[in-house]
Write a protein that binds this ligand. Structure first.
Ligand code: HEC
Length: 161
């Protein structure tokens, strides 16, 4: 009887530290695994945001957008508005004969273009193409500086004269 009690007590005494060691090990293991999981995630986030900012900084310089817009203009607008925006079948869009001030600001002009142009297929261009062609027209009409940065939230601050 006594021996059995001693054995029981011994196994209990052994049992508790063992449990503590086991628990500690498992917890440590988890922490390590979590860290391992976290670090690659945060690294790839950094890479993504870096590459995004690189792409954006190229695209947000008005001159670069206008260059792309010129290609859009030649393909989708020139047939009616003239090769250089001087007018033809439809109103002039570039130069002193153009009358874009009635759209108040760049946002108004963008809405006009994206919802009604090209006249033969309204709304068929991507919004990015609409924005690029908008900046082509704005730059050609000296409404913006080529080196300025594109701010999608500030279009209504570009007033048209
Ligand atoms: C098939 C002929 C045609 C094509 C292609 C076309 N337009 Fe037009 N556009 C017109 C006509 C016609 C008007 C006048 C009627 C109107 O405002 O809807 C006009 C009007 C406009 C106006 C308003 C001008 C003003 O003085 O009020 C803008 C800005 C414009 N177009 C931009 C564009 C852009 C940018 C493109 C190319 C993405 C384009 N258009 C393609 C026929 C065309």
């Amino acid at each position: 009887m006594n021996k059995l009690r001693v054995l029981q007590a011994c196994s209990l005494i052994l049992y508790f530290p063992l449990m503590i060691i086991l628990t500690t090990c498992t917890t440590t293991k988890n922490t390590v695994t979590n860290n391992e999981n976290n670090s690659p995630v945060s690294t790839s986030t950094t890479i993504t945001s870096l590459s995004t900012s690189v792409t954006t900084s190229n695209d947000t310089i008005v001159e670069m957008m206008a260059e792309k817009g010129q290609i859009v203009y030649a393909a989708h607008c020139a047939s009616c508005h003239g090769e250089n925006g001087e007018g033809g079948l439809a109103f002039p869009l570039i130069g002193t004969k153009a009358n874009l001030a009635k759209y108040d600001d760049a946002n108004g002009l963008l809405n006009k273009i994206s919802s009604t142009m090209p006249k033969n297929s309204p709304g068929s261009l991507s919004q990015q193409d609409n924005i690029n062609v908008l900046f082509f027209l704005l730059l050609q009409n000296n409404e913006v500086s080529g080196q300025s940065l594109y701010d999608p939230n500030a279009l209504s601050q570009i007033k048209l004269n």
